[in-house]
Design a binder for this molecule. Sequence first.
Ligand code: CA
Length: 248
Amino acid sequence: MALLLETGAQTDIGLVRRKNQDSFGIDEALQLYVLCDGMGGAAGGEVASQLAVDTFLEIARQELGFAGSEPVERTCRALKRATAAANRTVIERGRREPRLRGMGTTLVAMRLEPGRATIVHVGDSRAYRIRNGSATQLTEDHSYIAEQVRLGLLTQQAAAQSPLQSVITRAIGADLDVLPEVQQVEIAAGDTLLLSSDGLTRHVHDEEIASLVSSAATATQACDTLIALAKQRGGSDNITCIVARLLE
Ligand code: CA
């Protein structure tokens, strides 16, 4: 049995960047969602993020037979394999095409099954669960700044001002031994799951995410209002949101 969901997704170039290097993909039947935020000059960023999304979905589809519940280990393994495949594909393409050398991308993805969400991530794109009007960040950023905060070497306030915010410590396309972080969280009717790129979370606080998502009429409207607020605050980067609401 699959979950009853209402989903929306939106991406926006923002107000400063000349290209949108974010990509996302959804497999409604498998209740599988992936978002990538590419980096690298020339066309590298767009190519890396789109290639990672496409490869991730292709491999996850082979590994996950159907919507609904599967053994926990199988879902985790599927998401890890799909992430590793995305990584290999981005690295191989970068090696073949000199103009794309050095390209990379973040990746955050989730598979929803009754009672649980399985989330995989590499880099600083995030997953949130919004429940009863508050937002819980489920992923820890693989970024230099977030690691300094976790180690107690930097305060949250100093982190928000740091010029090093875009330095990530894990990326798809950087290293064949990429280490994806996989986790499972409990989900229930009434919850909303959000995947977003850092173009949203640089500008919009967790409390604002919670209140905008909770008050939106639809998942699509939630994406639109989140993006609108990020742009109102400067829209310094590309902004992408995927919202999935678990219906009663
Ligand atoms: Ca970004």
